[in-house]
Design a protein around this ligand. Structure first.
Ligand code: GTP
Ligand code: MG
Length: 245
């Protein structure tokens, strides 16, 4: 297989798509028959605040960031039903995976999607008003049903953020992997190499991790500067471990 054939992209079917029973429609639209893309990985994820804010890190500080985090966590569409707060995370693989999935998703803003690209997935989305606690209008929120990686660099960051190597068949691994030669435990923003009650084992000796994760974990453990935040590495190992209150 050449490099073009193994191009991958992350798709998230967001909580508004689940709530409105559009999952089947999205999966059909993106099916191998229509896109030439294959499933490389898929999982149902209860999105933690850590995973949400790492996924949308580029939007930290913007007025819509808090509502975006609530939205991707399912807090808005399943306010009274926390057990239904999920997204479906899928890795697709195949020629021009990023470009094809972005094109089928359509523009970020559902109004723009309806105007400029009727028929795209996001043309079925909605735009909601964001208000503060006193009811003052802060702006708008775009409930646009689906996420698709913006480019190859974003795809790598996002696939490594949501998926561990063992979630993807070995022959479809898009990025280098390595076997861990240490134990890594996480608790309250800190990493250590010994177990104590409440510390969660992120990777154990002999476990397979993304090579870039193992490098970053070793740097964080030593206290050396690392190119990535600790949270961006550990978030995926905590997926579905806990139900947030
Ligand atoms: P994603 O696939 O969700 O990442 O969307 P995108 O790549 O088309 O857009 P981008 O990454 O720039 O923004 C991520 C999400 O933030 C969008 O899906 C929107 O919900 C929201 N968003 C982005 N830009 C704006 C904006 O200017 N105003 C508002 N209200 N929301 C925005
Ligand atoms: Mg984006």
């Amino acid at each position: 297989m050449n490099a073009q054939d193994i191009e991958q992209s992350l798709v998230l079917i967001k909580p508004d798509a689940l709530k409105n029973s559009l999952t089947g429609y999205v999966l059909s639209t993106l099916s191998e028959f229509h896109t030439g893309l294959r499933f490389a990985g898929a999982k149902i994820v209860h999105v933690s605040p850590m995973l949400a804010s790492e996924h949308y890190a580029e939007h930290r500080g913007k007025f819509f960031f808090p509502s975006l985090i609530d939205y991707i966590q399912g807090r808005l569409h399943y306010a009274e039903e926390p057990w239904k707060r999920r997204v479906i995370a899928i890795v697709y693989q195949g020629p021009n995976a990023v470009g094809k999935l972005r094109a089928l998703s359509g523009p970020t803003d559902p109004h723009k999607a309806r105007k400029e690209q009727p028929g795209c997935i996001r043309s079925l989305g909605t735009v909601e008003t964001i208000r503060d606690r006193d009811g003052k209008v802060l702006g708008e929120r775009m409930d646009n049903l689906i996420h698709a990686s913006a480019d190859a660099e974003a795809a790598e960051r996002e696939i490594k953020l949501w998926f561990r190597p063992s979630d993807i068949p070995p022959a479809m691994h898009p990025y280098p992997t390595e076997t861990s030669t240490s134990h890594y435990y996480y608790k309250d923003g800190k990493l250590c190499d010994t177990f104590a009650l409440g510390r969660i084992c992120v990777l154990a000796t002999g476990d397979l991790g993304w090579a870039s994760d193992l490098k970053a974990l070793a740097q964080h453990l030593r206290g050396d500067p690392a190119g990535t935040s600790l949270e961006s590495v550990v978030a995926k190992y905590l997926i579905n471990e806990h139900q947030e209150p």
